[in-house]
Design a protein around this ligand. Structure first.
Ligand SMILES: [Zn+2]
Length: 327
């Protein structure tokens, strides 16, 4: 077993709030707010909000786990606590000193029952508190959603811009696929976000094929792509990613658990293809607690499966610092 230097400072760019808070804290937050859970048993609750490889059969099933975590995090108190816990925990457990945390505030305001600005401010407060207590630089990314209306996503971009001087560093598009959704519809909104100084990333080339990455790069001109692993199936798309200097946010365990990547052999092949083209990439967890992993664990998985060397992992980590939206 090879090990990385435990003192190495890490940066992580792709982490969802809904999958990053440890189950014990989620349990406490749920009870604090009197949320009626489908179980009164703590261990059954852990099962409910974490990935069990024998139960998760598809990408859609994975996304369903967020139904509970998003609901539990749906109040200013819960959001503040969740953001604080994630950043503090990342530092304590993994020596992550630079972290970008993404979330969709509109999935945390109980369908408009709670004021979106309060949710945004609560997230910022959680970030500020963690940054005072630990030597961490952290930023928030606002996630738009593929199932939302254009108007809803437009409001999210407006909120991201409104709080860009307070710790919101970028925008993303996430969520399950929806019939009729087109990335290209968001061309103007993305340009507006860039004009306002926000970093741009988009989930693509994960559950959908490499063509989604082509559409995203041509219409949204992102700095980074969330996942993007499916580009390896097309030479032209790989060239496009490299020529546009787009950084991939690769999340190994997430892709294995959602069956986006079949096994470690396929993962090895994906990294070989990406490396051979000189495409920039970073290593991420997607959501450490839900996926029962953490960043150092992901790096050790790649190291001990002979997918990446220590030097390549160190380089991917440097790339994460370099491609961060935190200036
Ligand atoms: Zn993601």
């Amino acid at each position: 077993m090879q090990e990385l230097d435990p003192n190495m400072k890490l940066a992580e760019l792709h982490v969802h709030l809904g999958s990053s808070v440890d189950p014990a804290t989620m349990w406490e937050i749920a009870h604090l707010q009197g949320i009626r859970l489908p179980t009164k048993d703590y261990w059954a609750f852990v099962d409910l909000i974490t990935v069990n490889p024998s139960r998760i059969k598809s990408f859609e099933e994975y996304l369903k786990l967020f139904t509970w975590t998003d609901l539990i995090q749906s109040s200013p108190i819960a959001v503040e606590r969740a953001v604080y816990q994630t950043i503090a925990g990342a530092y304590r457990k993994n020596n992550i000193t630079q972290l970008e945390l993404r979330f969709n505030p509109m999935k945390r305001n109980r369908n408009g029952e709670q004021d979106l600005d309060h949710i945004m401010m609560a997230a910022i407060r959680g970030l500020d508190r963690a940054s005072i207590e630990y030597p961490v630089r952290a930023g928030l990314i606002v996630c738009l959603d593929r199932t939302f209306t254009y108007r809803q996503n437009q409001i999210l971009v407006e909120k991201a811009l409104k709080y860009s001087s307070r710790g919101i560093v970028g925008i993303d598009i996430a969520g399950p696929a929806k019939e009729g959704f087109r990335y290209s519809d968001y061309k103007e909104l993305y340009a507006k976000a860039r004009g306002g100084g926000l970093g741009l990333t988009v989930h693509a080339g994960e559950d959908d094929d490499y063509r989604s990455v082509v559409e995203v790069i041509n219409s949204l001109e992102p700095d980074r792509i969330g996942h993007g692993v499916r580009i390896v199936h097309d030479e032209g798309t790989m060239d496009l990613v490299r020529e546009n200097k787009v950084t991939l946010e690769i999340c190994p365990s997430s892709n294995l658990n959602t069956h986006v990547v079949k096994d470690l052999d396929e993962m090895k092949w994906i990294f070989e293809r990406i490396r051979s083209k000189g495409i920039k990439y970073t290593i991420n967890t997607d959501g450490p607690e839900m996926l029962m992993t953490h960043l150092r664990n992901e790096m050790h998985l790649l190291l001990n499966s002979n997918i990446l060397t220590k030097d390549e992992l160190a380089k991917a980590n440097e790339q994460a610092f370099a491609s961060s939206f935190l200036k």
